[in-house]
Design a protein around this ligand. Structure first.
Ligand code: DX5
Ligand code: ZN
Length: 222
């Protein structure tokens, strides 16, 4: 099952409830929430109180992407706020295994993220402990950046490793995914497609998501 996860980073924050309602009615599968602390990435967004408010109005699961230093200090609060998936960067902490255990103990799905320059080998000893791997296809911090093409071979290799190990782990791709790039991301084998500006900057969210799904299906089968 392939999933579209609109990133709220590109939504109109003055109308967040309406925007969530619109993407839900437009056929989204997950809601991607980008948390930035101004340290791990050069931008600041929002914290647990906003996630809690989003949870109050959202029917879809929340896919919370933590771009923060010292994630262990905040994971309980994000889980308590209603995060369904919690993604941490492998680059953000020292004890990744402990961090992933903590996410699980807090009742959320553990997920790990790699920056574009980080090798897949960082996943070798954690793959069996996660429900999802997020591969960044831009350097994190901002919406609307250009897709970095060499992530495509990373997606293919990761999918192969997951299947070789017989694991059930979703591969999510985030950054620069829009109607122009989603076909190649689907062909490489991604399961979850994050798209911020590609959806929120389009006139008709439903039409954009529908077209994305048509492209995914036409490239799919892997
Ligand atoms: C980037 C964020 C992304 C971002 C994607 O740091 O993690 O989720 O919102 O935005 P687009 O789809 O516009 O590249
Ligand atoms: Zn993200």
């Amino acid at each position: 099952m392939k999933m579209i996860a609109p990133s709220l980073l590109s939504a109109d924050f003055t109308k967040l409830g309406e925007e969530i309602d619109r993407i839900q009615r437009a056929g989204a599968d997950l809601i991607h929430v980008d948390v930035m602390d101004g340290h791990f990435v050069p931008n600041i967004t929002f914290g647990p109180p906003v996630v809690r408010s989003i949870k109050r109005v959202a029917d879809l699961p929340l896919d919370v992407h933590l771009m923060i230093e010292n994630p262990d200090a905040y994971i309980p609060a994000f889980a308590e706020a209603g995060s369904d998936y919690i993604t941490v960067h492998s680059e953000a902490g020292i004890h990744l295994n402990r961090t992933l255990q903590l996410i699980k103990e807090c009742g959320a799905h553990p997920s790990v993220c790699l920056n574009p320059s980080s090798p897949l080998s960082h996943l070798e000893y954690v793959l069996e402990y996660v429900d999802m791997v997020l591969l960044m296809s831009v350097n994190p911090g901002f919406g609307g950046q250009r897709f970095i093409p060499n992530v495509l071979q990373k997606i293919e290799r990761l999918k192969q490793t997951i299947s070789d190990k017989g694991l059930n782990v979703l591969v999510e791709v985030d950054g620069g995914v829009d109607l122009g790039t989603i076909g190649s991301v689907a062909r490489a084998g991604a399961d979850v497609f994050v798209s911020g500006s590609g959806i929120f900057n389009s006139r008709n969210y439903a039409e954009t998501i529908r077209s994305m799904k048509v492209i995914i299906e036409s490239e799919g089968g892997r």
